[in-house]
Design a binder for this molecule. Structure first.
Ligand code: DC
Length: 235
């Protein structure tokens, strides 16, 4: 059966996951959060001393450890997906600021990316999928039926992440710290040698700085509904 692949890429904290999740729910497609995979490896690396406080990873150990790392997603009763690392639900752990500070370093490593891209393709082999990340439209699914590149100003993105972390109870955090972390992640993500974040030529640019969540959802849903592949699927 023909399946549809929707690739949503963009900068950190620009609302891609919110958009990808709501689209997947509406369309009844599988949702895959590729960033969660890099976060799970980073969490494992921090926990097992594979990356130190100065963010220098032990590459040999990391390569060996990848063989022992199993990442999958599990649907929760409310329909949301949780990240499972070696059988343990790490959904909360991987969203901590500690993981955010090291994840760009881990995700810039070529053998980590090769492994994760293979897993991303494998997990979505038989399904229509909405996947969000940095290289979905450029590397994972260069032939995606629809590619959306999401962006918003750094200030707007930092404020959204700040509000999110405060709401989760991470109180020892300042807006400035988040803003600086965001800018440094943008820099690493866009300048790394392997699969840097960039808009695919055929991606639709969506700047949501001035848009509500509902507005961006409706805009994207409309793009999906115009696809011939979607019309065929729902005939
Ligand atoms: O979307 P996120 O913030 O949860 O992603 C976490 C990190 O993983 C981010 O700093 C960049 C990296 N990432 C990546 O390099 N490639 C992807 N496809 C997804 C995320």
């Amino acid at each position: 059966m023909k399946t549809i692949k929707i690739a949503i890429d963009g900068y950190s904290s620009c609302g891609k996951s919110t958009l990808a999740k709501s689209l997947a729910t509406e369309l009844k497609f599988l949702y895959i959060d590729s960033g969660a995979m890099y976060r799970a490896i980073t969490f494992y690396a921090l926990k097992n001393g594979i990356i130190d406080r100065s963010n220098t990873p032990d590459l040999e150990l990391l390569k060996e450890s990848l063989k022992k790392i199993d990442i999958r997603f599990q649907r929760m009763p409310k329909g949301n997906m949780h990240t499972i690392l070696n059988g343990v639900d790490v959904e909360n752990n991987i969203r901590s600021f500690g993981v955010s500070k090291s994840v760009s370093t881990i995700s810039a490593i070529d053998f980590v990316r090769t492994e994760m891209v293979n897993l991303q393709r494998k997990l979505s082999e038989n399904d229509s999928v909405v996947m969000d990340g940095r290289d979905i439209g450029t590397v994972v699914f260069p032939d995606a039926d629809l590619k959306i590149f999401v962006t918003a100003s750094p200030e707007v993105r930092a404020q959204r992440r700040y509000d999110e972390l405060i709401a989760k109870g991470e109180e020892d955090i300042s807006f400035e710290e988040i803003f600086e972390n965001l800018k440094s992640r943008d820099k690493i993500d866009t300048t790394r040698a392997v699969s840097p974040l960039k808009k695919a030529e055929d991606a639709v640019l969506l700047d949501n700085s001035e848009m509500t969540i509902k507005e961006q959802f409706e805009y994207a849903l409309n793009l999906v509904k115009q696809l011939d592949a979607y019309k065929d699927l729902t005939k």
